[in-house]
Design a protein. Structure first.
Length: 133
């Protein structure tokens, strides 16, 4: 059980350190995060996207990570639906939202609702994409 905790802590640290650079597509953001996980020795169980699956899954389905580039509020609603649908399958679900909506207050509101589904299980981190120089 100690191993799970360490792994969860490492995943949280990695997500907090994640600083996406401006990407054209969500896939590019996923690749950036995937590279960061690998550099830190965190190898997800399944990188393959199963229909409706999460972007990264660790520890035999214990921890799921979803990356969502939110260009509009609907993207956050889809994220909420996905999390609620899979809530019982995972011990922890982390969502990384790259907020591109231009309405940070609305984004914050939606994220609070998502976390309220199950505060012990669900954690959402919000990131801003760094503009490429």
């Amino acid at each position: 059980i100690v191993l799970v905790e360490a792994s969860e802590r490492e995943i949280i640290k990695t997500l907090e350190a994640f600083s996406p650079s401006d990407a054209k597509r969500e896939k590019e953001d996923e690749e950036q995060l995937s590279d960061l996980f690998e550099r830190r020795g965190l190898i997800p169980e399944e990188r393959a996207k199963k229909r409706g699956g999460f972007d990264f899954v660790f520890g035999e389905d214990r921890i799921a990570v979803e990356l969502k580039a939110a260009r509009n509020p609907r993207a956050l609603s889809r994220l909420a639906d996905k999390i609620s649908k899979h809530l019982d399958r995972y011990e922890k679900i982390f969502a990384v939202v790259i907020d591109e909506t231009g309405t940070p207050e609305k984004t914050k509101e939606k994220i609070e609702k998502i976390e309220k589904m199950n505060p012990k299980k669900v954690k959402v981190l919000v990131k801003k994409a760094k503009k490429k120089k």
